[in-house]
Design a protein around this ligand. Sequence first.
Ligand SMILES: [Zn+2]
Ligand SMILES: [Zn+2]
Length: 211
Amino acid sequence: MSANSAFPVHDEVGWGLRAFEVSCIAGAATLFFVHCMRFVSCKASFAWPLGLAVIVGALSADFTSGIVHWFCDTWFHDTLPFLGPRFLRPFRVHHVNPDDFLRRDFIDTNGDVSMLVIAVLLTALLIPLETAGERWLVVYLVTFSLVGWPTNQIHQWAHRPQPPRWIARLQQLGLILSRPAHQEHHVAPYSKNYCIAKGWLKFIFFPAWKP
Ligand SMILES: [Zn+2]
Ligand SMILES: [Zn+2]
């Protein structure tokens, strides 16, 4: 609880955790580069089903953001070991004090998702690019990671009254989560707009979260 606020606020991040978050962001960026180099050096032709892998991967990322968001809003207490402090508590604080999210800087906002993205990209690195099925799976996993990576950043932009102009344009075009769409999530019955990676699947209904 902050001395200046009547509401709970996000935990301050110490230098050790901050260094870890920086390394997660750098690690995720490095792994995306490694995968790009893999695709460029792959001698096999890139057939049309890989386009389908891109579409399915992107939609899966948005859907997964909805499932994770719903889980973190709804289930267990934020005192749960490990998951509680870093994954459940930020969601619970966010629903009581949404504007406090705007205090979190780029590293604090994107570090945790980067850690999850690293796990998926390392898994994808274990899959060779020899058969069509393997290439489909790797393209799917890399697209899934790429679309899911800025989930928290896009969520934060949806809370900014005046985001950067190019971000506001992307929001208006429906390419990323918009402020009006996300504001619907923050009012009762708390059952809509859980998909926040991009907001494309915002119509999916989740059983209500009780504040
Ligand atoms: Zn929520
Ligand atoms: Zn929000």
